[in-house]
Design a protein around this ligand. Structure first.
Ligand code: NAP
Ligand code: G4F
Length: 337
């Protein structure tokens, strides 16, 4: 049975990847942080108590800031594949906590790579690189586009990218970078713009919130569907030769386009409820990202399956359902009226 280790298993991508690997028959190990409240909500459907039979998912406390624990765990687990997804992943927050972001998102990758070397094992390694590394380089961005990072987060990701390349070249590791463009889902963190929009518009429609405060509506992103993108991670790791791959839909939309699509699906005029709050502006913005995933299509056979309009509908419908599940009282009143 193939053993995989996932850092960041409690996040959006980690949870989808864990599901996909379990469905393929893997034994999956995940690193989780100690938290004063449950941080395993996204794993609820796949987690089973370890006292039950045939358990294939194992969670271990660790932190990317502590190398001794990483070394010990990797030695004990002896994974065949390591998917390094753990990171302080919020770009705007990275301007507030740059040192922490550099440590966890940048140095965290070095700690993982060194822990693998210390354990004297040779798992395949996936580094969660990001389109943010391209920063101000104009679209379309591909594997040969020079990086111009525009945030502490992006600088840290550039470090992680080159660390993976360097360990491949120096030690012959099967280390690959997935340079993923934005990917979203109903499990997206609530403070990233897409989920912030779908969640807020649904709450406004239900009368639970009056306004939605946003920053730059003109920023453009290449938004795909997260499960398509975690599938690409697995395909990258299975490829005989390690390498670096852009994963993207090749379509670009603005934040305003996302508001239009979500508002239309809900039947809400978003312009009446959205206000601009400069708090959400970034010290340096990334204006436009749109990826060229030709290499992934030709070498891996990867293609996205969900369009922009479908993605918006999936996210809006999931937030409608989540609110209905949270507030049964609200639903009963609506049905009786
Ligand atoms: P996410 O939802 O923010 O998940 C981040 C994960 O990292 C969570 O499990 C989090 O744990 C964990 N983590 C944070 N700090 C940690 C620490 N100090 N030690 C151990 N674990 C820590 O991110 P995502 O959207 O799933 O993205 C996965 C990876 O891909 C990240 O590296 C991200 O930077 C990168 N990426 C994402 C996108 C995208 O559009 N989603 C695009 C390109 C690259 P908690 O649950 O406890 O917070
Ligand atoms: O949703 P965002 O916060 O995502 P961003 O900055 O593109 O980063 C995400 O994608 C990266 C891949 O390119 C990942 F590496 C990273 O980990 C993360 O997952 O912001 C998208 C755009 C930005 O231009 C931002 O300025 O939306 C704009 N925006 C406008 N108002 C807002 C808001 N972003 C947020 N988070 N909140 C707002 O109120």
């Amino acid at each position: 049975m193939t053993k995989a280790l996932i850092t960041g298993i409690t996040g959006q991508d980690g949870s989808y990847l864990a599901e996909q690997l379990l469905a393929r028959g893997y034994e999956v190990h995940g690193l989780i942080r100690r938290s004063s409240s449950f941080n395993t909500g996204r794993l609820a459907d796949i987690y089973r108590d370890r006292h039950e039979n045939d358990v294939k998912l194992f969670l271990h406390h660790a932190d990317l800031a502590e190398s001794s624990r990483l070394v010990r765990l990797i030695y004990e687990i002896q994974p065949d594949e390591v998917y390094h997804l753990g990171a302080q992943s919020h770009v705007r927050v990275s301007f507030d906590i740059p040192e922490y972001t550099m440590d966890v998102t940048g140095m965290g990758t070095i700690r993982m790579l060194e822990a693998i070397r210390d354990a004297q094992i040779t798992p395949r390694f996936y580094q969660a690189s990001s389109s943010e590394m391209f920063g101000s380089a104009p679209p379309p961005q591909g594997e040969n586009t020079p990086f111009h990072p525009r945030s502490p987060y992006a600088v840290a990701k550039v470090m992680g990218f080159w660390a993976a390349v360097n360990y491949r070249e120096s030690y012959g590791m099967h280390a690959s970078n997935g340079i993923l463009f934005n990917h979203e889902s109903p499990r997206r963190g609530e403070t990233f713009v897409t989920r912030k929009i779908t969640r807020a518009l649904v709450r406004i429609q239900a009368g639970l919130q009056e306004k939605l405060y946003l920053g730059n509506l003109d920023a453009k992103r290449d938004w795909g569907y997260a499960p398509d993108f975690t599938e690409a991670m697995w395909m990258i790791v299975q490829h005989d030769e390690p390498g670096d791959y852009v994963i993207a839909t090749g379509e670009m939309h603005s934040v305003r386009d996302f508001l239009n699509a979500a508002g239309e699906h809900l039947g809400i005029d978003w312009e009446k409820v959205v206000e601009i709050d400069p708090t959400y502006y970034r010290a340096a913005e990334v204006d436009a990202l749109c990826g060229d995933a030709t290499k992934a299509r030709e070498e891996l056979g990867w293609e996205p399956t969900v369009t922009f309009d479908e993605l918006v509908k999936i996210m809006v419908d999931a937030d409608v359902k989540q609110l209905a599940d949270e507030r049964p009282g609200l639903n009963i009143r609506a049905e009786n009226e």
